[in-house]
Design a protein around this ligand. Structure first.
Ligand SMILES: [Zn+2]
Length: 461
């Protein structure tokens, strides 16, 4: 999804200073901890899913049971859930999850935007919180794993630590975001990116954003006070399903997310000459639709011409006047490109414009591009990536660094402090569908990596 957020200029400025310093400190401490071997146990352990002696245990059975139970809230006939944000099912699911948080010995509160926070104090009152969590709202006719895996795994980690009387130095905060699928509304409120005029937008539930937040126990009237400040958190870690098929295809257990890709969109207008489809000879046409077809093919070719994870899509194309007996005089389409590297997007876009000029010259049509949307990429913190990778390796799990092609609440939290994400395989790469599936053992592995990463970050952040 797209999170409109602040303008590029706003987002780019002010990152220096506190944030960068914090990040450097974090990385430095990590390096020291790694060098000192203080992170995680070194001795081998039996069984791929059994925790090593010094890493606390958690219950995969309880976790997967909780995932099954939450699937009852808004269950649809296709086997998934329709638990859109601010709906009755969303509210009921959140009440259920609140109980699980209390059972995990977390002190629960709901913030202005309707996000649920479960907090437990650390041993050092001077430290900022380690935050981890995800969302439980779904798209209409969605599945049982997107958001749910990370939310319930986070609660399981907190539960397991409480059961084993393990106190962290930092306070821990488990967060269940509100309305992730509609556009990261809960997390953008917390990161200060939500604009006042967005509160009147109508969500899938039929309620406006403001009504929805209030419905969940928030207080939209005081949205001005919802944001936390940069540096208010020690770190944010989110476990999520990959929503793509590469981990499963390549038999990799854990994805270590490099960042959440930037999203760039252009309105593309192709202008030709509208004329009679019966009387205009084929060699005398300035057919905007023909140029549009060539454009779609060319975008695919240019984006694929070099290695990397960049993607380019023409997801909408409209011909005018759109009649069977008229050669289209105008075509309007949308070009979307995503990658972690904005410079790469800019370079590919320049190539696309040059190729479009050639296409236009073939039949006397012209192209114009107008940039209509830009979400800058949100990079994960290198220190957090290393603790995630180390936690996975200790569990004898294979890892791969990868971008996230989808938006996540983690991109909002990257505005506040060091961020990292853990991906587990999505079977068949399917998501936003009742067919979405992740194996119980993969979910348990993900939760164990989350626990290891949280505990390692607690030592060093
Ligand atoms: Zn999600």
């Amino acid at each position: 999804m797209v999170a409109p957020g602040r303008s590029v200029a706003e987002r780019d400025c002010g990152h220096a200073g506190l944030f960068v310093m914090h990040r450097r400190q974090f990385t430095g401490h990590l390096a020291a901890a790694l060098a000192g071997g203080a992170l995680l146990p070194r001795q081998p352990f039996a069984g791929s899913l059994r925790a090593p002696a010094r890493l606390p245990d958690l219950s995969g059975e309880r976790l997967n049971g909780h995932i099954k139970a939450l699937a009852e809230f808004g269950a649809n006939p296709q086997g998934g859930v329709s638990r859109v944000a601010y709906s009755d099912w969303d509210k009921a699911g959140r009440a259920h999850v609140t109980q699980l948080m209390r059972l995990a010995n977390l002190e629960v509160s709901v913030d202005i935007a309707g996000n649920i926070w479960g907090r437990r104090a650390g041993t050092d009152p001077n430290l900022k919180p380690l935050v981890f969590g995800s969302h439980i709202d779904s798209v209409p006719n969605g599945g049982n794993y997107d958001g749910t895996v990370g939310s319930l795994s986070s609660i399981e980690v907190a539960h397991a630590l409480a059961e084993q009387n393990i106190r962290t130095r930092h306070p821990i905060e488990v967060v269940i975001w509100a309305n992730e699928e509609g556009g990261l509304f809960g997390s953008r409120a917390v990161s200060g990116q939500l604009k006042a005029d967005e509160l009147s937008k109508v969500s899938w539930s039929g309620k406006t954003i403001a009504q929805g937040m209030d419905f969940l126990g928030g207080y939209s009237f005081h949205m001005d006070n919802a944001a936390r400040k940069r540096g208010d958190i020690a770190a944010y870690i989110e476990l999520h399903i990959e929503q793509g098929g590469t981990l499963e295809r390549d038999k990799v257990d854990i994805g270590v997310v490099q960042g959440i890709v930037g999203i760039h969109r252009w309105d593309v207008t192709i202008t030709g000459v509208q004329n009679h489809a019966g009387t205009t000879p084929m060699d005398q046409r300035h057919d905007a639709m023909l140029s549009g077809a060539r454009f779609v093919e060319m975008v695919n070719r240019v984006v694929r011409a070099e290695p990397g994870r960049q993607v380019g899509t023409v997801g909408r194309l409209e011909a005018f006047p759109g009649a069977p007996n008229v050669i289209p005089g105008k075509v309007v389409c949308i070009l979307e490109m995503r990658d972690l590297d904005a410079a790469k997007i800019a370079r590919l876009h320049t190539m696309i414009m040059a190729e479009a000029l050639k296409i236009g010259q073939m039949n006397g049509t012209s192209f114009s591009f107008e940039k209509v949307h830009e979400d800058v990429a949100a990079m994960s913190d290198s220190g957090i990536r290393r603790v995630i990778d180390a936690a996975a390796k200790e569990l004898k799990l294979s890892t791969r660094e990868m971008p996230s092609g989808a938006g996540h609440d983690a991109q909002s939290m990257a505005m506040l402090g060091p961020m990292g994400m853990i991906f587990i395989p999505s079977i068949g790469g399917i998501s936003h569908s009742p067919k979405e599936f992740s194996k119980p053992e993969d979910i348990e592995r993900g939760a164990r990596v989350l626990m290891g990463a949280v505990l390692a970050a607690d030592k060093i952040a």
